[in-house]
Design a binder for this molecule. Structure first.
Ligand code: FUL
Length: 700
């Protein structure tokens, strides 16, 4: 008995010490640098979620309300939040962030702290609560709910004073306690400016870093809603990606020098790539609307972003270590518009086809360094489909290669890589090589990986694949590597129409282009494009490109043009360079005209002659498209006249949000007959006097 007991003790001692030893020998890699919290990890894994902008602006046709619009205007005819949830769920998105209050202060829930809400709208006889309805729909469809509460309130009389902060926090409390879990709280960066402010109609500038006392506000949020991730201004847990086009930088660190940012020392363009030396984990979220505007405008029904662009957005957000927040501007019925639903389905179908069959799982995988030669950190962990296992190298081994050998030559054009970010983001540079016909060739030379990096590559038929990490902050910890052979994606052709009505259609070399001018869908039987042609009347051109080798068609590109601007003339202009002013009517959005010489003072006035009387129902202003510090117009007036003597003002106001989203600005009014147009740039974004115009168009 004693003997047995003694040997048992000895044995257990032996096993205990040996397992301690092996643990000592091959410890898991230590975390490196700033780390994500569990909340941030869960959020990152959502990857793709929806934004909904739907409020008074939907009914006033604005992007930013001034704050004086009546709540009675909020009157959707067929509101169905379950339709939103269905569309979102079917697209594989994981949640919806609803704009509960935009800059005009109108609340989609019956806040106890204001009369400016759905309770004073005809919708559901003032008994409705949109946040509640959406929370229920999200629950039903297993989606997470997020909320946007605009810190800037152009309606509130106390905006700019301490009293407003109490109001703002009270509303936060309502939103974070009455509707269940909120996965993300969204605080927009647009803060302070002109507004109604309870009738004061003035400009109120605030210092957004100080006024809101974000530290206190964040404390309050975490106290009542610890599961909520806070985005945007203040010491946030995720950052804006620096543009409203949904594109992250190729290099994208989930780190940020947030202290510098909070001291106002970081330019927003740096958000696209984060900071390699950031002291905090603040990952990027790429936000973009499926249409040009964030709110619904009927005039944009045919301006839903083309499939090519949506696919690019997917690869340049989720494929570049960011999450993708895609806005669906709900229309006046209260539904996601059919055109948006169609495009979303096309996007999802394309992405699903791209990632249909994974090709590395069956390959033979080896690495030239494995941490402690331990099976626990072996190369094969990157193909086991388990996100908790990883290939790791020895500490300080910052360059290493992992190789995948196929049974037979395999066609590949996508590679997906993931670091095990629980232990930090490490990789600074890597290359990809493919063995083609017995020879290694480099097919990619890239920088960061992070949570997820997807490469779109020209197709190769390879017998083996090698990933070389060429620079890293610390030993490597890679959890997943995949490869796919996505179908050839043929980009839709580009259509251009110049001032003289000349139409040029272009596509990638080797493709054929077919087009129609009668609104019908082009097919292989339509007209083959063989060079430029001229169209002076209003025309709708639809074109497809065909990849001849594989006989694959692109999506249809539709371009609508009004009558050509051939007869247009600039009659007068109150400053700027007269020699180049024709650029604003040359039909080319990439050439712009600048106003802002030393002697130029706003307002700028331009008078145009269209050469004939036409019926128009609006105009558009295309701002300068090229560059970083664009000279943008913020406020305008627009007049029409049939004789250039008597003028009628048709529209005036602001180009809201143009700073963040400098796209073509649409302004509609009641149809009017006119020959002459007068466009007045009243003020510029920022303090300067410099503005520029790429194009002025009319809406017929
Ligand atoms: C911007 C806002 O000003 C826009 O109106 C929109 O809400 C967008 C998501 O953020 O900065």
């Amino acid at each position: 008995m004693n003997l047995i007991r003694t040997s048992f003790l000895l044995l257990s001692f032996f096993f205990a010490t040996s397992s301690i030893k092996s643990q000592e020998l091959v410890k898991s890699p230590a975390p490196f640098g700033p780390l994500p919290t569990q909340k941030q990890l869960d959020w990152q894994e959502m990857e793709f979620y929806a934004f909904v902008h739907f409020s008074l602006n939907t009914f006033t046709n604005k992007e930013w309300g001034y704050g004086d619009e009546s709540p009675a205007l909020f009157n959707p005819t067929h509101l169905d939040v379950r339709q939103w949830a269905r569309v979102v769920k079917e697209a594989g998105m994981k949640g919806i962030i609803l704009v509960a209050k935009h800059h005009d202060g109108f609340c989609l829930w019956p806040s106890a702290y204001t009369e400016r809400s759905v309770k004073n709208s005809p919708w559901e006889n003032g008994k409705g609560d949109l946040v509640k309805e959406l929370a229920a729909a999200c629950k039903e469809y297993h989606l997470k709910l997020g909320l946007y509460l605009s810190p800037w309130d152009r309606n509130h009389p106390d905006y700019g004073k301490p009293e407003y902060i109490t109001y703002f926090r009270n509303q936060l409390k309502e939103l974070l306690t009455n509707y269940g879990d909120v996965f993300e709280m969204w605080f927009d960066g647009a803060n302070g400016g002109d507004g109604y402010y309870g009738g004061a109609n003035e400009t109120r500038k605030i210092n957004s870093l100080e006024y809101y006392n974000w530290d206190e506000t964040y404390k309050l949020i975490y106290k009542i809603a610890p599961k909520t991730l806070v985005w945007g201004v203040g010491p946030s847990e995720a950052r804006w990606i620096g543009n409203e086009e949904g594109r992250a930088g190729k290099t994208n660190w989930s780190l940020l020098r947030q202290k510098d940012e909070l001291a106002g020392k970081v330019h927003y363009t740096e958000f696209m790539s984060g900071h390699e030396d950031g002291e905090r984990w603040v990952p990027g979220e790429a936000d973009v609307s499926i249409r040009p505007g964030w709110f619904y405008h009927a005039v944009e029904d045919d301006k839903v972003r083309p499939l090519d662009e949506m696919v690019d957005i997917y690869y340049e957000s989720i494929g570049r270590n960011a999450t993708l927040l895609l806005n669906l501007p709900v229309d006046r019925r209260g539904l996601v518009h059919e055109n948006d639903v169609t495009r979303l389905k096309e996007l999802v179908a394309t992405i699903q086809a791209d990632f249909k069959t994974e090709l590395l799982a069956k390959s033979k995988v080896t690495a030239n360094n494995v941490r402690g030669n331990s099976a626990e950190f072996a190369a094969k962990n990157v193909i086991d489909g388990n996100k908790e296992t990883f290939w790791a190298t020895d500490d300080n081994v910052k360059t290493a290669s992992i190789e995948f050998v196929f049974d037979q030559p395999t066609a590949i054009d996508r590679i997906l890589l993931q670091e095990y970010i629980k232990l930090g983001q490490r990789v600074k540079a890597f290359t990809v090589e493919a063995k083609v016909n017995g020879l290694w060739k480099t097919i990619a030379n890239e920088t960061t990986i992070g949570y997820k990096r997807i490469l779109r590559l020209d197709r190769v038929v390879a017998s083996a694949l090698r990933i070389n990490i060429t620079d890293s902050k610390a030993g490597l910890v890679i959890s997943n590597i995949q490869a796919y052979n996505a179908p050839t994606f043929v980009r839709a052709p580009e259509i251009q129409h110049d001032k003289n009505g000349t139409v040029t259609i272009t596509s990638e070399p080797g493709n054929s282009i077919y087009y129609t001018v009668d609104g019908k869908k082009p097919t292989l039987k339509s007209k083959l494009y063989q060079g430029t042609f001229t169209y002076n009347e209003a025309v709708q051109i639809k074109a497809i490109a065909i990849n001849n080798e594989e006989n694959i068609s692109s999506a249809v590109n539709t371009a609508k043009y009004g009558i050509s601007k051939e007869k247009w003339k600039v009659l007068s202009v109150s400053g700027g360079d007269l020699k180049t002013v024709n650029r604003i009517i040359d039909g080319n959005p990439n050439t712009d005209w600048g106003f802002g010489n030393a002697s130029d003072k706003l307002p700028l006035e331009i008078t145009l002659d269209m050469g004939a009387i036409l019926k128009i129902k609006g105009f558009t202003y295309v701002p300068q498209q090229v560059g970083n510090n664009l000279n943008l117009i913020s406020n305008y007036e627009f007049y029409t006249s049939t004789d250039a003597v008597n003028w009628t003002r048709q529209s005036e106001g602001e180009f809201s949000n143009i700073r963040n989203n400098p796209i073509e600005q649409f302004k509609v009014f009641k149809e009017v007959k006119t020959r002459y147009l007068r466009f007045v740039a009243v003020s510029a974004v920022g303090k300067g006097q410099a503005v520029s115009i790429a194009e002025i168009n009319v809406i017929e």
